[in-house]
Design a protein around this ligand. Structure first.
Ligand SMILES: Nc1nc2c(ncn2[C@@H]2O[C@H](COP(=O)(O)OP(=O)(O)OP(=O)(O)O)[C@@H](O)[C@H]2O)c(=O)[nH]1
Ligand SMILES: [Mg+2]
Length: 340
């Protein structure tokens, strides 16, 4: 599988416009045929196109400079120069393009096939035929083509998932993703097994369902760079709901408050997102402990609490339905809001 790369820096330069030409018509029977310099062609744009087939920004590590073609210069006999070809570059769906210098978001490519011009080609110059006037019938003026836009861009990939799994390392997020979806993430009995996000799709009804992202585990201080840090939290930006996954045999209250703090430090609006709590590994504890931990978890105010065993596939149906209700409810209300 291709290495997952979710950030890249790239230099883009659009094509320069071709220069306008200075030329005169000199034909056998029209010795003073007048100015006939054609215009320069427009420089090519650099265009990004979202493509479902590309999954990472890895290509940009190998190809960090993107330059579109220049427009051709104008020629005699009123011929215009040809426009430079646009350079169309495929990027994964979910790519956000920022101007590195200003931090401004230039484009968000969210749907397959969506395009955005990230550097605009320069206009072609005007040939001398534009400058003829009654008093100056043989102008020796033409304008040069304009330079193409150029800048450094920062690309960030935000996976597009409906639901994000958030938890401390080793809580069983990847096991849960594997149990719910066809995904086969790496699972192991040690922390930080997951180094890059994994995606899978839960199928609920015929053809229906939602996508789930399993992101690397968080630890206290992640927002200060501890563990793998919080850079992967950006993948939660577009989720509609969060599932907090906690090992029921651990200190549930501390785990949930750590997760809350880390999300808050990254982007406090994440805590306003609908969420539920999955208390995983119920197979390891007695039913008294389960009841006790459910009560503790409820007090943390992160939504309804579901006891599950991802490894032994217990309690998953109820969890799937609860998540579906959160996601579906949101879809319905966003449709109302946008009048669709
Ligand atoms: N007993 C039991 N073990 C589980 C259960 N779910 C996961 N595990 C085990 O817990 C360990 C960690 O599981 P992972 O799914 O890799 O955990 P993770 O949250 O993805 O961990 P990181 O990727 O490191 O953040 C593995 O040894 C799993 O087999 C469960 O329901 N019961
Ligand atoms: Mg994992």
């Amino acid at each position: 599988m291709a290495r997952f790369v979710d950030e890249a820096r790239v230099f883009v330069r659009a094509g320069k416009g071709g220069d306008g030409a200075i030329a005169f018509l000199r034909e056998k029977f029209r010795p003073f045929g007048g100015p006939a310099g054609g215009d320069g062609g427009k420089g090519g744009d650099v265009v990004f196109e979202a493509d479902e087939g590309s999954l990472t920004l890895l290509d940009f590590k190998y190809r960090p400079v993107l330059i579109a073609k220049n427009g051709e210069n104008g020629r005699g006999k009123g011929q215009h120069g040809r426009s430079g070809d646009d350079l169309v570059v495929k990027v994964p769906v979910g790519t956000v393009v920022l101007d590195e210098a200003t931090g401004e978001v230039i484009a968000e490519l969210l749907a397959d096939g969506q395009r955005a011009v990230v550097a605009k080609g320069g206009r072609g110059g005007l040939g001398n035929k534009h400058f003829a006037t009654p008093t100056c019938r043989a102008p020796r003026i033409a304008t040069p083509g304009r330079p193409g836009e150029e800048r450094y861009l920062r690309l960030e990939l935000k996976l597009i998932a409906d639901v994000g799994l958030v938890g401390l390392p080793n809580a069983g997020k990847s096991t849960l993703l594997a149990a719910l979806t066809g995904a086969k993430p790496k699972i192991a009995p040690y922390p930080f097994t997951t180094l890059v996000p994994n995606l899978g799709r839960v199928i609920t009804d015929l053809g229906q369902g939602y996508t789930v992202a399993d992101i690397p585990g968080l630890i206290k201080g992640a927002h200060l760079g501890q563990g793998l840090g919080i850079r992967f939290l950006r993948h939660l930006a577009r989720t509609r709901a969060l599932v907090f996954v906690v090992d029921i045999a651990s200190d549930v209250e501390t785990a949930l408050s750590t997760l809350k703090q880390e999300l808050e430090a990254f982007d406090h609006s994440l805590l306003e997102r609908p969420s539920i709590v999955a208390l995983n590994k119920v197979d390891l504890v007695t039913s008294d402990v389960v009841a006790d931990k459910i009560a503790q978890a409820k007090l943390m105010g992160l939504g309804d609490v579901y006891p599950i065993s991802a490894r032994y596939q217990k309690g998953l149906a109820a969890l799937v339905e609860a998540v579906k209700a959160k996601v579906a409810g949101l879809l319905a209300s966003s449709n109302v809001a946008t009048g669709v």
